[in-house]
Design a protein. Structure first.
Length: 314
């Protein structure tokens, strides 16, 4: 079995349950709240730069800021069942992570010279490399502002710490490990820092107490790490037309990942992804409802997000 065949054949233990109409309405309300926060942040941020930009150009820029799969937000939704806490605060935290994620994509696409993102030309091709970097910086600050407007300073401090972790890990990957073959443990640590950190932030925001917060954060780290390992595998063996983004940039730029460490018939990455997802669920077993909801999130949101892009062409 090839890596691609194995990857798309991955199985998870729980089938998603049918949602009631009440839950479905709540889910949509939560997602709408997160997107609403993102749109408000976009409008506020671009107030500084759109005085002389016509409406068509503004709407084109809006297309680049609207979130894609919203996996971090959907994790927040999964871990904040109806009636469990301040849903708007959690939706606001999710929106902030989506803004940071989008800003990092603006920067990454410039660094990588990527021309395709979410089935569309990348932002830098429209506004230039400098423009894309500056807009990314603007949305970084907008994300922090969004959380500060929520008046929870502890949450804002945690957010800044997680964003700093993302930036520090990306810097280390670029400036320390570029061009070097590194061991599996280091590859996983890089994936954890660059992607797991924002998943951890969202998960921790959904906790009810200190003990739960620690478990939730670690579960978020593991799920986010699994997703990054899957994305690294996508970059190595995926099909651009299906992925909707430029692939092969890690190898081209000599940034070593776990996916490059294995042969095409090996399942090391798949095994690690399954281990991380399974252990994340086990961390939440003291809170059965949350463990089950994380299981469902992995099955219905994460697995399709990575599997659909790795189907063989033709």
């Amino acid at each position: 079995m090839t890596v691609r065949q194995a990857f798309t054949a991955m199985e998870f233990p729980q089938e998603p349950a049918m949602e009631s109409s009440v839950n479905s309405a709540y889910n949509q309300q939560f997602l709408d709240a997160a997107v609403g926060h993102i749109q408000v942040a976009f409008d506020s941020a671009l107030t500084f730069v759109t005085v002389d930009i016509d409406r068509r150009r503004l709407e084109s820029l809006r297309r680049h800021v609207l979130p894609g799969k919203m996996l971090r937000t959907r994790l927040g939704l999964a871990l904040s069942p109806q009636g469990s806490g301040d849903q708007d605060a959690i939706a606001r935290a999710c929106a902030a992570t989506e803004l940071i994620h989008t800003a990092t994509l603006y920067h990454d696409d410039v660094i990588d010279g990527a021309t395709l993102r979410r089935q569309q030309p990348t932002l830098w091709q429209e506004v230039g490399q400098t423009g894309a970097i500056l807009l990314g910086d603007l949305f970084f600050s907008s994300a922090v502002e969004l959380l500060l407007d929520g008046a929870d300073l502890n949450q804002a401090r945690l957010f800044v710490a997680r964003v700093k972790e993302v930036c520090a890990t990306e810097t280390i990957h670029e400036m320390v490990f570029q061009g070097r073959t590194v061991d599996a443990e280091t590859c996983i640590a890089i994936a954890r820092g660059k992607t797991g950190a924002l998943f951890a932030f969202v998960a921790e925001c959904c906790a009810k107490d200190v003990t739960m917060a620690k478990a939730m954060a670690e579960a978020g780290y593991r799920v986010g790490t699994a997703y990054q390992l899957a994305d690294d595998l996508l970059d190595e063996i995926g099909v651009e037309q299906l992925a909707g983004k430029t692939l092969g940039t890690d190898r081209k730029r000599r940034k070593f990942t776990l996916a490059q460490q294995i042969g095409s018939s090996d399942n090391t990455v798949l095994t690690e992804i399954n281990r991380l997802c399974g252990s994340a669920i086990e961390l939440l077993r003291p809170w059965p409802l949350y463990a089950d909801r994380l299981d469902s999130y992995i099955t219905t949101d994460l697995a399709p997000a990575w599997g659909m892009h790795l189907q063989p062409a033709g």
